[in-house]
Design a protein around this ligand. Structure first.
Ligand code: IMP
Ligand code: MG
Length: 184
């Protein structure tokens, strides 16, 4: 057999089934909390596409969705905190209860910047749902996940939307990338 993406994975952290259960749990909590709200899910491209597609089907309420793309410059495994909007929302979010859907909350720089931008547009509320939380690496302490699928250790993880240099997003599980892959 030739090379497969799986060869670059040190350990599997969450299997497909574990991810399914995690998303179902998040969906249930959100369904309870947003019963009488005007819910708008804002997916931050591209890492959150898979969680977004799965999570929205686990929320048993009327809701709307929109997408935003940002880029953060820095080296490949850490974000620099300089965030640029690549694609803005299509919607006027005034009066909406925004729930930002992210793949992973790391330094918090990306979300800190986004929360400021979105708050200035007069939504009714803004909260954060992240699949993974890496609190050990937080630089912006005020940024906290209102919903988190799991707390993960300070290792670089890929799969289920999460990338390394845009690859590995299509792995159906979440795994720890071998250090030799990014130290090359
Ligand atoms: P923050 O601004 O440092 O919180 O960066 C969050 C972004 O960094 C995420 O949306 C990911 O794109 C990326 N990121 C942080 N940690 C990881 C990881 O372990 N694997 C893949 N991407 C990561
Ligand atoms: Mg990324």
């Amino acid at each position: 057999m030739g090379y497969t993406m799986n060869d670059d994975i040190k350990d599997i952290l969450y299997s497909e089934n574990q991810l399914k259960e995690m998303i179902a749990g998040l969906g249930k909590a959100i369904t309870e909390d947003y019963k009488d709200k005007k819910l708008l899910l804002v997916s931050i491209l591209r890492g959150s596409v898979i969680i977004m597609a799965d999570l929205m089907r686990e929320i048993k309420l009327p809701l709307e969705i929109d997408f935003m793309a940002v880029s953060s410059y820095g080296d490949d495994t850490k974000s620099s905190g300089t965030v640029k909007i690549i694609k803005d929302l299509d919607k006027d979010v005034a009066g909406y209860d925004i729930l930002i859907v992210e793949d992973i909350l790391d330094s918090g720089m990306t979300l800190s910047y986004l929360m400021d931008i979105l708050a200035a547009r007069n939504p009714k509320s803004i909260r954060i749902c992240t699949l993974f939380d890496k609190p050990d690496r937080r630089k912006v302490q005020e940024i906290k996940a209102d919903y988190a699928g799991a707390v993960v250790p300070d290792e670089f993880i890929v799969g289920y939307g999460l990338d390394y240099r845009q690859k590995y997003r299509n792995l159906p599980f979440v795994g720890i990338l071998k250090e030799e892959v990014y130290s090359k």
